[in-house]
Design a protein around this ligand. Structure first.
Ligand SMILES: C[S@@+](CC[C@H](N)C(=O)[O-])C[C@H]1O[C@@H](n2cnc3c(N)ncnc32)[C@H](O)[C@@H]1O
Length: 366
């Protein structure tokens, strides 16, 4: 392992002082450490980077999300002022494409106050470039927004938030921790010595879990969804979450790492690879209901984008495209909606204030 990495130094020091740490602490430091964390130190997107996200595949993605926001603004009563807030905006491409589409409805664009939640200084610079000419406020966490109605969007943000892991041993659950083995110079998983008397929260849903089964829980996801939902319940608005994940809480390990578009072990190279986990949408739905908003979905991304008109948008772009652009456009469409690509792996979920029954894309069950 590269012990020159500030993240590796911080993790080994922490473990030698305190003993094994939670997977959540490991993930938080690996991704977010201000000195050497993965997002703090690089722009990881695109073919030359580590992975490609939907807004980087095609402008169509951000444009359709923009139209979804404009439509949601109308459904919540077209307030004269509202917060349009994106969490984890990456390079800022989604928001730039969305704002171009929203400008087709000038009253909506005029009403929108743009807020970005981003903790990486490097990516804030990229966002500033992409959004030049727009008035934007940045925040480390969900801001209070002065009681304005708000439309929240988050693509591949929840999967970057830390998860805890638990392992079933005998009749009990133990937290799965991360230790450091100096002899082999590697991080390893180890179960906590003591069993959890009440188990993890979702353990109650999984009474029949077998010996060795792993369960993941993200208090950070529940907390941020709860904050957003509480804002929507109190001040009005909507939220849209797009991410890879599962509809029902289930056992299974989804913690993963990727570097240069290839999977690697999540403990192998902290600080230099993206570490994520699948989102448990059942828990997101529960957090929304507890906060008093209406959950919609999750739907498959392919279904959602087709309902918003991605095929029609592709037809219109093809009308102005040369042969190479047409090939790129067709490839992008397949990646975004194809069932063996992002179309079914990625799910889309919305939250709305209680008096709004439906939002665009969620107008029938699937
Ligand atoms: C996988 S990227 C997704 C980027 C973008 N939404 C896209 O689709 O291209 C995750 C984003 O969330 C940001 N992020 C991760 N953890 C965060 C946290 N705890 N607080 C604020 N931003 C965070 C990262 O810096 C990055 O911008």
């Amino acid at each position: 392992m590269d012990s020159g990495q500030p993240v590796v130094r911080r993790l080994t020091r922490l473990i030698s002082e305190r003993g094994p740490i939670s997977v959540a602490d490991f993930m938080e430091i690996a991704l977010g450490d201000p000195e050497g964390g993965y997002y703090a130190t690089r722009d990881p997107f695109g073919v030359d980077g580590d992975f490609t996200t939907a807004p980087e595949i095609s402008q169509m993605f951000g444009e359709l999300i923009g139209l979804w926001c404009a439509d949601s603004w109308q459904r919540i009563g077209a307030p004269e002022e509202f917060a349009l807030i994106e969490l984890g905006p990456g390079r800022g491409s989604l928001m730039a494409d969305a704002l171009r589409a929203i400008s087709g409805l000038p009253a909506c664009r005029a009403a929108a106050r743009i807020h970005l939640v981003e903790n990486s200084a490097t990516l804030r610079d990229a966002q500033q470039n992409a959004l030049r000419g727009h008035d934007v406020s940045w925040h480390e966490r969900v801001p209070s927004l002065d009681g304005l109605p708000a439309i929240f969007i988050a693509n591949e943000f929840l999967d970057a938030l830390p998860v805890r892991q638990f392992v079933k041993t005998g009749k009990a659950w133990r937290e799965r921790l991360v230790d450091y083995d100096p002899a082999d110079d590697i991080f390893t998983f180890t179960p906590a010595g003591a069993a959890m008397p009440d188990g993890p929260q979702a353990g109650r849903l999984l009474a029949d879990a077998a010996e060795g089964d792993i369960l993941e829980e993200s208090p950070a996801v529940i907390s941020v969804v709860g904050e957003i939902a509480a804002h929507v319940a109190a001040h009005g608005g909507a939220a849209l979450f797009i991410d890879y994940g599962h509809r029902r809480t289930a056992v299974g390990e989804t913690l993963q790492a990727v570097r240069q578009h290839r999977p690697i072990s999540p403990l192998e190279a902290p600080g230099t690879c993206d570490v994520t986990a699948h989102v448990d949408f059942q828990r997101v739905v529960e957090a929304a209901v507890i906060a008093g908003v209406r959950p919609l979905g999750p739907l498959d991304q392919g279904v959602f984008l087709q309902r918003l008109g991605i095929r029609e948008r592709a037809d219109s772009l093809r009308g102005k495209a040369d042969d190479r652009q047409t090939r790129d456009l067709n490839a992008a469409l397949t990646r975004l909606i194809g069932p063996t690509e992002m179309g079914t792996l990625f799910k889309v979920m919305a939250l709305s204030e209680q008096r709004i029954e439906l939002l665009a894309g969620f107008d029938s069950l699937s």
